[in-house]
Design a protein around this ligand. Structure first.
Ligand code: MLT
Ligand code: MN
Ligand code: ZN
Length: 305
């Protein structure tokens, strides 16, 4: 199985258009060693030609341009993107759907009923797209049952409900439902191994820990280093928990959870907010990750398992 990271940043990207935090300002002025990153998306393929786009980022057009494998050019109008699956209804994960409107057939779109309801009403993307290519929605249950996608034979997936938050525009923002956020398990038919992907994750429950411990690769929420990162920088009144993200540092943080996984599990952080000091490749926080064998995803990163 092949996974390509199209966008490794959280909402806003890195550097963020209006942000002068130490990372954004440092990158613009060349003061820190860091790589720019686009907003959160990955693509999965069994054959390198047909891809499942997981999340449709606001940066999707730039991401497609940067990824020739997504453009196999088999006919006059063609794309390697065979279907889209959404992890949640957050703006950084769904806005790019509008950019796929030039398709000549309805876009195969997989998401939970909760996500489909948010992008059908609060941010009515599916009704807008009905005036363009249209959407062939397929509701997925987050019941961990293995399933396949018609357009992508060979890909076997499982989805799990995760503790996190629906988007600020959702009527359910303060009353999260099962299905607002999911984690994805991707099977490799060649090796029998699984990869776990969860860009938004507020809690690692014992059951989720066991799932992660059984994977070859975990690619998980790297949004914030600290629980009060945005507040300390004076950029927001919201904590990581308010936004549905588990920070890396501190008691019960992501680093502690990752350290308890078996040594053979490859550990990668993704959906990294521009305020997170791990983006600075010379930061002590980045050194701490390296010491724990934890990688930081970057745009263009490829993972095979
Ligand atoms: C999040 O992951 O918390 C959201 O993408 C934040 C946002 O939409 O700005
Ligand atoms: Mn996000
Ligand atoms: Zn910033």
């Amino acid at each position: 199985m092949l996974l390509r990271v199209l966008g490794s940043s959280a909402g806003g990207g890195f550097p963020q258009w209006n942000c002068n935090c130490p990372q954004c300002d440092g990158l613009r002025r060349g003061r820190i060693r860091a790589q720019a990153r686009t907003q959160s998306s990955i693509a999965l393929s069994c054959n390198g030609q047909d891809w499942l786009l997981v999340n449709a980022s606001p940066d999707i057009l730039a991401q497609i341009r940067a990824t020739p494998a997504l453009q196999p050019a088999r006919s006059a109008r063609d794309s390697g993107i065979a279907a889209v699956l959404l992890m949640d209804a957050q703006i950084d994960h769904v806005t790019g759907l509008l950019m796929l409107r030039e398709r000549s057939t309805p876009l195969p779109l997989l998401a939970t009923p909760e996500v489909l309801s948010d992008i059908g009403s609060g941010f009515p993307l599916t009704s807008i797209l009905s005036h363009y290519c249209g959407v062939a929605s397929q509701a997925i249950a987050c019941d961990a049952r293995p399933f396949q996608i018609d357009a992508l034979p060979g890909l076997t997936l499982q989805t799990l409900a995760l503790d996190s938050k629906p988007p600020p525009y959702s009527p359910w923002r303060n009353a999260p439902r099962q299905g607002d956020n999911i984690g994805l398990l991707v099977h490799s038919s060649a090796t029998g191994e699984r990869l776990f992907y969860a860009p938004g994750l507020a809690e690692v429950t014992p059951a989720l820990h066991d799932v992660m411990a059984g994977c070859a690769v975990v690619l998980v929420d790297g949004t914030f280093w600290r629980a009060d990162e945005m507040q300390r920088l004076g950029l927001s009144t919201k904590s990581a928990a308010d936004m549905g993200h588990l920070p890396q540092s501190g008691a019960g943080g992501m680093l502690e959870h990752l350290a308890r996984l078996p040594a053979g599990v490859r550990k990668v952080l993704i959906h990294i907010n521009n305020t997170n000091p791990i983006l600075d490749e010379d930061s002590p926080e980045r050194a701490q990750l390296a010491a724990h064998g934890i990688e930081v995803a970057y745009d263009g990163m490829e993972i095979r398992w």
